[in-house]
Design a protein around this ligand. Structure first.
Ligand code: AMP
Ligand code: MN
Ligand code: MN
Length: 343
């Protein structure tokens, strides 16, 4: 069961009548739950994982939350409620009862924890990626949802589970980050935000902690990285591609938040409808994670490229306007591979 059949573009009401029943049945039947977030976790996957853990804990269900890598949770997420449920991947047994993947479009986004799918009595996928492969026994996937935490909020409503301030804090974390601080919204997004804020959470503080807090080393890092920017105006019949490299040396002294912030600067380039950031692995030579962004067509602009399609062709996935993949090789090789898919 997926939500991909749900009518698109009807806003908050679009989820009325959506079949949450199978997900609720799996959750209420569970004797214990293991929640897995995607590798290189962001606030949507961790916020979803911890929110669901808090609800299950409230119901008396033993629960753990984990992600395969990196070893440490990014600094900006260390004030989220429910962190006591986080365990290192080595502490996730080979055989579990209910395994829930949150904000993961495919099994390989679980990284080294993807082998736990086979050992689970049952599996539930809660997600909002258009490219979702429906890899669970039950798949609650709403590609029109702003964030996985928004899917979860609607699931909790259907389930009759109240959203208290701790749960709201986690849900708001995913909502504010995945909507780019409420820029990519749909009818119903602000109503959800309003409900979460009404529980008494400190929205400005949550947003500042997750999005607007960087060490001084971020500034010289940006200077070096943005100095590598290249513009290829002819790509995709004049849509244009802008890209930069974040080399391993640039990542010294900064966290993943600082590295992930780069795409949000690069993607604002007027002359390019597609933006890419190539991020060198801190540990494995010639391995890069790549962020892709595009935007909706503006007047007189040739853009609106589906970067999920581009990323999928390169072994990754994502959303129409935000996607990613892993690349291998020299800088020249990985740029050539992207250009080949775009042309
Ligand atoms: P990012 O650029 O890392 O913020 O990722 C943008 C979107 O693409 C997110 O929704 C990710 O879930 C998705 N994504 C990033 N990397 C991959 C990958 N290797 N495989 C599948 N989806 C990815
Ligand atoms: Mn995510
Ligand atoms: Mn998400």
């Amino acid at each position: 069961m997926t939500l991909s059949q749900s009518p698109a573009g009807e806003g908050g009401a679009a989820t009325a009548g959506v079949p949450f029943d199978a997900a609720i049945a799996a959750l209420t039947a569970a004797t214990s739950a293991t929640i897995v977030c995607h590798v290189q976790p962001d606030a949507d996957t961790v916020g979803s994982g911890l929110a669901l853990a808090l609800v299950l804990e409230r119901r008396g269900i033993p629960v753990r939350v984990s992600f395969a890598e990196p070893a440490e949770l990014p600094q900006s997420m260390r004030t989220l409620p429910g962190l006591w449920h986080l365990v290192p991947p080595a502490e996730v047994p080979a055989e579990v009862d209910l395994l829930i993947a949150v904000d993961c479009g495919s099994a390989n986004r679980l990284g080294a924890l993807s082998d736990r799918l086979a050992g689970a009595a049952t599996t539930l996928v809660i997600d909002h990626h258009r490219s979702n492969t429906a890899f669970g026994a039950v798949n609650l996937v709403d590609p029109d949802a702003e964030s996985t935490t928004a899917v979860l909020a609607r699931l909790l409503d259907a389930w009759g589970e109240p959203i208290d301030a701790l749960v709201a804090h986690c849900l708001f974390a995913g909502l504010v980050t995945d909507t780019g601080s409420f820029r990519w919204v749909r009818p119903g997004t602000h109503a959800l935000a309003e409900r979460l804020l009404a529980t008494g959470i400190d929205g400005p503080e949550i947003a500042r902690t997750l999005l607007d807090t960087h060490p001084f080393a971020w500034l010289p890092m940006l200077s070096r990285v943005l100095g590598t920017a290249r513009l290829e105006p002819a790509v995709r019949q004049g849509t244009g591609l802008v890209y930069v490299f974040v080399r391993r040396a640039d990542e010294r002294g900064v966290g993943s938040e600082e590295v992930e912030s780069v795409i949000d600067i690069v993607r604002t380039t007027t002359e390019a409808g597609i933006a890419a950031v190539f991020k060198e692995s801190r540990t494995v030579d010639d391995r890069w994670t790549v962020s892709l962004r595009s935007r909706d067509s503006g007047p007189g602009m040739r853009d609106g490229i589906d970067v999920a399609e581009v990323a999928t062709a390169l072994g990754g996935g994502g959303h129409r306007y935000a996607a990613g993949y892993t690349a291998f090789g020299s800088p020249d090789t990985i740029v050539a591979a992207l250009l080949a898919v775009l042309d």
